[in-house]
Write a protein that binds this ligand. Structure first.
Ligand SMILES: NC(=O)c1ccc[n+]([C@@H]2O[C@H](COP(=O)([O-])OP(=O)(O)OC[C@H]3O[C@@H](n4cnc5c(N)ncnc54)[C@H](O)[C@@H]3O)[C@@H](O)[C@H]2O)c1
Length: 437
């Protein structure tokens, strides 16, 4: 046994606030409401369906994660957020076209009640949206103040004891970290003068952290993953994690690549292409937003395959990722992957993967898990970067001196061992020699 952390019990209601109430956010909210009514099952959610082995394999102690860790219950969740359009969650979900009418109508009342706050929006960061529901402010600092006020009033009006924020807003234009991002002092000065390097996503993240609200970034936009905001999260002792939900193609990539490496099979090239037709796809049709997504998708292979350690296998990989906006597909994305691999004596082979995915169906359970795990992290007083939640992200946040872990199986072990550690259970190494001695 290791020492358990003290975790405050999940008393009262938990609010989940989402900047961006589009396809992912509304599929998540509608899903939770359907599950609460017993009309659907939480498929894809580790917190709801996953189990965790405790102790020796001979002991058969395998509780559900939600029975092992003091997570908030689904009926204690409440939802809200911000959007650049005034549609309520029912209208937004209908527009997103992810869920069937029958599902939406079963939770119509619950969704109708959820109306977004006006967004902090900047067309320089999201060019493809003609926003109609936005705040006016004299400076970016004032924008942050207004968001903080929204958080406080949401909490009060809904009688919540805790709130978490999960960013589900459109992908913003790609930017590199720059001077205003490197220290909290510089960041706050930049907020004051409305420096163009401060994006709306950063303002939401800043507002959350200032309010002591744990923050997750589901988009590939640069947000809490800048030194200034990590400094703020550490200072405030608030959990922070990101970025870019790991769903379709990248999920498959981080399942496949560790397998090839485990068998020391070589890789010459990996060509990935996608077609998608939802609003996310439309936003990504802008070159600058597309760059954020492509950078996020490209980083995984190199980290998993470690060409510097395996020059014979992964020295010259051609890794190409393409995303194409194709309206007829809506939220049903199609991804094609071609892998040129090689085996014994260098003989070439190919693997083809054709994934007909549903983007928001894959992302919604991630929003749920992140909200529940961030809340537990907050109650366990685990401030700063939550690397153990890398499992859910394409570009996991880490300390600058650490490389991110992309291998889904290492990420899963890290997550489950973190749960064991905070609950004071033995960590599992999968050694197993002791059974045979
Ligand atoms: N669905 C997936 O599988 C998946 C995976 C990884 C990441 N993501 C990311 O999640 C985000 C949401 O995806 P989606 O499919 O729901 O997109 P969506 O276009 O349906 O929803 C995004 C919403 O954000 C709103 N918005 C834009 N700028 C805003 C701002 N400044 N403040 C508040 N709202 C704002 C838009 O009006 C829109 O309603 C995107 O960034 C996407 O790249 C999605």
């Amino acid at each position: 046994m290791t020492g358990a952390r003290e975790i405050l019990p999940p008393r009262g209601k938990l609010g989940v606030l989402m900047p961006g109430m589009g396809a992912v956010a509304t599929t998540f909210i509608a899903g939770v409401e359907l599950i609460k009514k017993g009309l659907a099952k939480p498929i894809g959610s580790l917190t709801q369906l996953g189990t965790i082995r405790l102790g020796k394999r001979t002991k058969s102690r395998v509780p559900k994660i939600k029975e092992f860790v003091p997570l908030a219950e689904l009926h204690e969740l409440d939802f809200g957020g911000w959007d650049a359009f005034p549609d309520d969650a029912y209208e937004a979900a209908a527009l997103a076209g992810v869920l069937e009418k029958e599902h939406l109508n079963a939770v119509r009342e619950e969704l109708k009640r959820i109306k977004p706050f006006k967004a902090v929006f900047d067309p320089r960061y999201v060019a493809r949206i003609k926003a109609t529901h936005t705040k006016s402010f004299a400076s970016s600092r004032e924008a942050a103040e207004q968001l903080r006020e929204d958080i406080r009033s949401f909490k009060q009006e809904h009688g919540l004891s805790r709130v978490v924020m999960v960013n589900c807003a459109s992908t913003e234009a790609y930017i590199q970290p720059q001077k205003a991002h490197f220290s909290l002092e510089d960041f706050e000065a930049a907020l004051e003068r409305s420096d163009p390097s401060i994006s709306p996503s950063m303002i939401y993240a800043y507002a959350a952290l200032m309010e002591g609200v744990p923050y997750a970034n589901g988009a590939p936009s640069l947000a809490a993953d800048i030194p200034a905001l990590v400094e703020l999260a550490d200072e405030q002792g608030v959990p922070v994690v990101g970025k870019d939900f790991k769903t379709g193609q990248t999920l498959i990539k981080t399942i496949m690549a560790p397998g090839l490496k485990a068998r020391t099979l070589g890789l010459e090239g990996w060509y990935s292409t996608n077609i998608l037709g939802n609003r996310d796809g439309e936003v990504l049709n802008d070159e600058k937003s597309l760059k954020s997504k492509e950078v996020s998708k490209l980083s995984v292979l190199e980290h998993i395959l470690q060409p510097e350690l395996y020059p014979d296998l992964y020295d010259k990989i051609s890794h190409v990722v393409k995303i194409n906006y194709y309206p007829p597909r809506g939220d049903s994305k199609e991804g094609w992957d071609n892998l040129d691999i090689f085996g014994w004596l260098g003989y070439p082979m190919q693997i083809k993967i054709n994934f007909l995915a549903r983007d928001s169906i894959l992302a919604a359970p991630i929003v749920l898990d992140l909200a529940l795990f961030l809340d537990v992290a907050e109650r366990a007083r685990m401030g700063g970067i939550q690397e153990w939640l890398s499992f859910y992200f394409k570009s996991p946040m880490t300390l600058p001196e650490l490389y991110p872990e992309h291998d889904l199986f290492i990420q899963q072990m890290k997550l489950k061992n973190t749960l064991r550690a905070i609950m004071g259970e033995e960590l599992i190494t999968h050694l197993g020699l002791d059974y045979y001695e």
